[in-house]
Design a binder for this molecule. Structure first.
Ligand SMILES: NC(=O)c1ccc[n+]([C@@H]2O[C@H](COP(=O)([O-])OP(=O)(O)OC[C@H]3O[C@@H](n4cnc5c(N)ncnc54)[C@H](O)[C@@H]3O)[C@@H](O)[C@H]2O)c1
Length: 336
């Protein structure tokens, strides 16, 4: 990627963020962010990746308050156990637990799933929430994938496919299991470099983040098409939380961090406000059986036109199966 393309990607990402911030400010002035209305969920099970802090932790809190068994899947053991303890105490729900899962390692993801499956528990909700943003220098995961692509997208791709049989057994007509993938408005300015998904030909932290979030949308729509073809009682949805005051911004331009520090309480959503979209996607009764949607706040929105391109969805899906060395559920084989 040329320096010019990298600068253009950065400008586009900051412009997308600024547009969301303005819309949020307006919404706050007009009365705030709507609450999803969801029934209690006793006996139901959720897995939330990156549930140790930020939006993920707030999502776990809301799900635990509704009586779900919540599995916090994360790569930080100390924060994981802290989150487990504090959520149990805050919500009075003893069925909150931490389980180690490093999305930057295919082996760790496989071990997490194996351990989970040994318990014969159902999964009614999988929230693919964990993420990294704008890692300044190009870094690779344990398996040699660019960090944003590997953690934000491919790790979740593998996790979802490995849990798909359990999700399919856990859902039923009228009460679909749900896969919620947390994307972002930056997907609107993202580009998918199918010939260079790992950013080997030049690295831009902004382009790499936006690409990973775009990939999650393409993945969700293809997954839904596959689920529809199989008649599976599982829905796949995208949640866009807005601009939220979390530690995700640790690597952004210092000016943005200053705005976050000084004006965050007005311009940014709180983690709990950000989590409402994930919880809406995971549980709202009005979304029953209505997968393949992009949700912003508690409403459906259109994603980037490119995300509806079936051919692009298929091409990314096939490459992802190859890279993650996982069987395509449609053909039960790893594509060539
Ligand atoms: N904060 C925002 O404004 C915003 C906007 C749009 C989308 N999002 C998305 O929301 C999601 C949550 O972000 P956040 O704002 O709460 O950020 P955060 O930094 O507070 O939380 C990110 C979580 O991901 C986990 N994580 C990171 N690397 C991991 C790995 N290798 N394995 C397992 N877990 C890992 C972290 O431990 C943490 O729990 C991300 O996918 C992010 O892209 C956030």
């Amino acid at each position: 990627m040329s320096p010019w393309s990298a600068a253009r990607a950065a400008l586009r990402v900051y412009a997308a963020g600024a547009a969301v911030i303005l819309a949020q400010l307006l919404r706050r002035l007009l009365g705030g962010f709507a609450e999803p209305v969801c029934a209690r969920q006793p006996g139901r099970v959720a897995i939330v990746t990156g549930g140790t802090e930020g939006i993920g932790l707030a999502t776990c809190r809301r799900l635990a308050l509704l009586g779900m068994r919540v599995i916090i899947a994360g790569n930080d053991v100390t924060k994981g156990h802290q989150a487990e303890r504090s959520l149990r105490a805050e919500t009075g729900n003893p069925e909150v637990e931490f389980s180690y899962c490093d999305l930057a390692s295919m082996r760790s993801i496989r071990e997490f799933v194996l351990k989970f499956k040994e318990r014969n528990l159902p999964v009614h909700v999988l929230v693919n929430n964990a993420g990294v943003m704008m890692v300044p220098e190009r870094q690779e995961t344990a398996d040699g994938f660019e960090q944003h692509f590997g953690v934000n997208y491919l790790g979740h791709f593998l996790l979802t496919l490995l849990l798909l049989d359990t999700l399919e057994r856990s859902g039923r007509p009228g009460a679909h299991a749900r896969v919620v993938s947390v994307s972002s408005a930056t997907h609107y300015v993202g580009e998918l470099a199918l010939d260079d998904l790992q950013s080997r030909n030049g690295y831009s932290p902004h382009a790499a983040y936006a690409q990973s979030k775009l990939a999650l949308v393409l993945f969700t729509y293809h997954l839904q098409a596959l689920l529809d073809a199989r008649g599976s009682p599982v829905s796949a949805l995208v949640a866009d939380p807005g601009v939220v005051d979390t530690a995700l911004y640790r690597h952004v331009f210092w000016g943005t961090r200053l705005v976050q520090k000084l004006l965050g309480r007005w311009l940014f959503k709180t983690p709990d406000e950000g989590a409402r979209t994930s919880v809406f996607a995971a549980l709202a009764p009005e979304l029953e059986g209505a997968g393949g949607r992009y949700l912003y706040g508690v409403r459906e929105a259109r994603s980037l036109a490119l995300t509806y391109d079936r051919q692009l969805q298929r091409a990314l899906w096939a490459q992802s199966c190859r890279l993650a060395r996982v069987r395509d559920p449609a053909t039960d084989s790893i594509p060539e």
